[in-house]
Design a protein around this ligand. Sequence first.
Ligand code: ADP
Length: 696
Amino acid sequence: MPPADHHRVLFEPISIGPKTLRNRFFNVPHGTGYGVLRPSTWASYRAVRAEGGWAAVSTEFSSVGPSSDEFPLHSSDIWDREDGRRHKALVDAVHHHGALASIELHHGGAHAMRRLSREPALSPSGLAGELPPPAGPLGTPKAMSLEDIERVEQAFVDAAVRARDVGYDIVDVLAGYGYLFAQFLSPFHNHRTDKYGGSLENRARFWIETLSRVRDSVGAECAVASRLSIQTQGPWGHTLDESVTLVRMADPLVDFWDLNVGSVLDWGSDISPSRVIPEGHNMEVFTRIRSATQKPIVGVSRWTSPDLMAQAVRSGVIDIVGSARQSIADPFFPQKVYEGRIEDIRECMGINYCISSLDRGNMACAQNATAGEEYRRGWHPERYEPLERPDVSVLVVGAGPAGLEAAVGLARRGADMVHLVDSADQVGGHLRQVIDLPGLREWGRFIDHRKVQIEKLPNLQLIPSTTLSADDILDYGASHVVIATGARWLGTGLTPGTHTSLPGVDGSAWVFTPEQLVVRGARPVSGCRVTVYDAEGGYMGSSLAQLLADEGYKVSVVTPHSQVSAEADLTLDGPAVRAFLHTSGVAMYRNVSLTGVGAGVLRGAGEFEEPFSLETDALVLVTMRAPVDDLYHRLVSERSALPESGIEAVFCIGDAQSPRPLAEAMFDGHRLAREFESTDPSVPLLYRRESLHFVE
Ligand code: ADP
């Protein structure tokens, strides 16, 4: 069946130099943390995106040599033939599914981490990168000599030739995000007085020379592109006006443009969460570039809606939809759009768990449990292995993210009967409240997707508004019971840093937990002073502070961490979140641990034990969550009664087992469904691990 008329434009092939994209979906370069050290994980991850219909699938940043060794980050290095061999596996896998393979050639310059190579960092003028340690490297980089420039240009050519020789179709030279070429383009970094510094033409020379040499070497066989950041915030980039000139200058050297905005320091302006930027946020700046080139433009813009994508392509501002996050959430997005199965798309929620988990070494997704598990656990995003013994009746108690994912997974595996029971009248668990917090509406996409699946699965029955006791469960008639009853916020003030209750809080009417505020709608006296004590550091503390400030309370945030909403720095909305708290008049106290509360005063200690006190009329404790696992413990304590009730096994999943971020609760449910018939499904199977060389 052809795609719907209004999406047809997304499936028109388009030429890019010597190659043709089969449609307008370009899976742009994005980090995974797998890199060259986990080449099979990496290849399987990319291959599934090719299988899902993306016209081109790119590597993450591929460093061209040891002066841009990025360890402890994981680049897909292409330094020598051995690296080439690993790339070949990826290229072959991508080609197998009919997509073009693209490589993003990268040099980090002053930002390169170099923990393994221990070479000096290279830079235009010996000026350090903007990222402070530990995120960035320590020390002053070397100002590149003319020989260094020649060596790096040659490294790009060698890498491009290697890429061509292993079968890459597209060579994309990274000139964005504040890395080496962007440093040359930027007067903030480039203070040179030779032919590589000064005028824009001079600052662009290194990039233009490299592009030209790459094109001469591989342009006959490969499409050549450049990934250019066309606008940055702060002084370290180049302006949009300059980008227009740069595009004109380099236009004859590329077959298409791969455009974004931002730099390593304002990475958030490119890939902020949905809390901060709307879909299509780059279209205005892309419009400026359109006037400078007739070459196809790949444009990223936190795209999730096929309608908006089609509109963007139809407008002519961009020609090809560039996407990373939507491809992570749903590798089969293009195929589903083609088939008109829009309701089956797992829409990216824009919560940036992919980015925060990547920074911790392994990319994962809160919508798609299979992202990154294609090789490691052999999971496919669309295919489930049928149960060998489908004659089971599974009772899942709790329809939060964990219970939903387990129930849908088991039903998709063909279990005869899956009952999903929840006390609430709707599915979603704790997420139902989260979506009412300021800016978090799109988190509801998690629930929307599963609701559609529930309706499609005849063997999955949702039973809302029903609270089950242990006796109810014993009498239910299920062969397997999955307890997914979630977690609750502690009202005791116990924090990860103290492991004791906060003296003075218990039972106080002026002390609130997030659930009291969000679920039960409780509020302190109108307009009073409220302090949010955020010892957790996730979205909840800052969201409640924002909610209360919006409602007219005089809000303070106290945190033992060195930054308010510390986790938001990993999801890239930290600066924006703190800015909107600041503009809402929220006072912020960092590095303060509370030691006691009483009579309208909070007492605490600062980083150096200096006393802290703050008068407040109400206190909101965002400190830790505890599992709601009493049902589970009741059932397993009566193990002898289980066989009598026909129950073969009881499992505890999600936050009821261990309260964690949304993605991990969902993963827990998904894993149980996938491994339901293992010897002991309560314990994850060992996953495949990779090592490159092992010499005994
Ligand atoms: P998770 O994140 O682990 O999925 P949530 O807290 O989001 O957990 O969801 C847990 C769900 O379990 C909530 O929707 C809650 O209403 C439901 N629940 C808890 N106890 C029971 C019970 N005894 N019977 C039915 N549903 C329950």
